[in-house]
Design a protein around this ligand. Structure first.
Ligand SMILES: Nc1nc2c(c(=O)[nH]1)N[C@H]1C(S)=C(S)[C@@H](COP(=O)(O)O)O[C@H]1N2
Ligand SMILES: [Mo]
Length: 389
């Protein structure tokens, strides 16, 4: 399935279990490695009722990844979470055209074939919905290898005029919104500043994990903005428009808006911000046991700032270094693991925290600024597990 190596996913699935292999508990060839090593069992959490039961992806529906079963660096396309607000439009790839309009030297209209003729770029990137949370076992998440064309190159070809300030990305999905008593058709849309849009990492993606972009994930073309929350990654992209004002719309100004109490130049104020770049976050999502050894596993997401460390603490004990999966790259998720060797029977609290190279530390939820609404939950996530005798 993967472009360079069809066995790659199988290898990746094996890679996370190497801790077990090196313990000498047993050894099997990588390509035969099951999701869990033989004799390795999941240890359920006791804090969240284990009734959460994500279903296979279905047309039109929202889909969660069951993070308690994460066993590979790349999320299968069928398992990558799915969210949309106006349904999933069917776009005929043959007739598809991307428009680039507004404050540019030359407006563009490009077919998928024309886009595919441009030099291709690839990046491993993971993201989560801005509404992801512990209630959902953080299941609104995924990590994939994306292939497409550089957004910056395309914008340079169109030539942003000096008065252009904001780049708006419109999806082909249209919903009816009632605004001030009037029902109007509105496309899903998000915008970013010209500076953010011109980041070298942004791409217009037409492939996901070596396959044409699946319908649910925006076929035939989506924006991929590495380091941003899911909402910025506009699916079924149909138009890119450059303008000289902020773009106002539901998903910029009304929904996906985080309300926080912050100090603003010495004054305490309630501040509203669009959900934008990802906050520094880690969470433990899986605990397994093989013999005497328990393994804590989790993920880190952030805006691409390099990391200094990921640590875990057990029962409020000292922070101990976890190991980051070496496949991690700047914008991918970073899977981590920690071998817990002296776990005593009984119920325990386990928690992770991540620190980036600027010294920013993932804080405890109770130490973060007061926040209304569930957007951007990125505080530490203590979990409870029961260790058997
Ligand atoms: N066109 C369009 N793009 C969209 C959305 C949408 O409703 N319409 N939802 C956004 C949100 S809120 C999220 S979290 C991500 C989810 O991307 P995925 O379904 O590929 O995981 O898509 C974003 N892009
Ligand atoms: Mo989202």
């Amino acid at each position: 399935m993967h472009p360079e190596n069809p066995d790659r996913r199988a290898l990746l699935k094996g890679a996370l279990n190497t801790g077990i292999v090196t313990l000498g508990a047993f050894s099997v060839p990588h390509w035969m490695m099951p999701a869990l090593a033989q004799g390795e069992v999941d240890v359920p959490f006791t804090d969240v009722p284990d009734t959460f039961n994500p279903q296979p992806v279905r047309p039109g529906a929202m889909h969660f990844q069951d993070t308690r079963r994460i066993d590979s660096f790349f999320t299968d396309n069928d398992d990558f979470y799915v969210i949309q607000h106006y349904g999933q439009p069917e776009i005929d790839s043959a007739g598809y055209q991307l428009q680039v309009t507004g404050l540019v030297q030359r407006e563009l209209k490009l077919s998928l074939a024309q886009l595919r003729e441009r030099p291709a770029v690839e990046i491993d990137a993971g993201f989560e919905c801005g509404g992801n949370s512990g209630r959902l076992f953080h299941g609104l998440i995924g990590n994939a290898r994306w292939r497409g064309v550089s957004l910056r190159d395309l914008l340079e070809e169109a030539g942003i005029r000096p008065e252009g300030k904001e780049v708006v990305f419109f999806g082909a999905d249209i919903g009816e919104e009632e605004i001030r008593g009037r029902k109007v058709p509105k496309a899903f849309a998000r915008s970013m500043s010209v500076e953010d849009a011109m980041s070298a990492h942004n791409m217009l993606a037409f492939e996901m994990n070596g396959e044409p972009l699946p319908h649910y994930h925006g076929k035939p073309l989506r924006l991929l903005a590495p380091g941003w929350y899911g909402v910025a990654n506009v699916k079924w992209l149909s138009q890119i428009h450059v303008q000289d004002t902020r773009y106002m719309g539901r998903f910029m100004g009304r929904d996906y808006v985080t309300l926080k109490r912050e100090m603003v130049g010495g004054n305490e104020r309630w501040v509203e911000n669009s959900v934008a770049k990802m906050n520094l976050k880690s969470a433990i999502v899986r605990v397994t046991r093989a013999g005497d050894v328990h393994t804590l596993r989790g993920f880190v997401l952030n805006d691409g700032t390099p990391l200094r460390s990921v640590e875990v603490s057990i029962d409020n004990g000292p922070w101990q270094q976890a190991t980051i999966d070496p496949q991690a790259s700047q914008f991918s998720w970073k899977l981590f693991s920690f071998e817990w060797r002296d776990a005593q029977p009984g119920e325990h609290t386990v928690v992770s925290r991540v620190t980036d190279s600027n010294g920013l530390v993932q804080g405890r939820a109770e130490d973060l600024p007061e926040r209304v609404s569930y957007w951007e939950e990125f505080g530490q996530f203590p979990r409870r597990v029961m260790i058997g005798a």
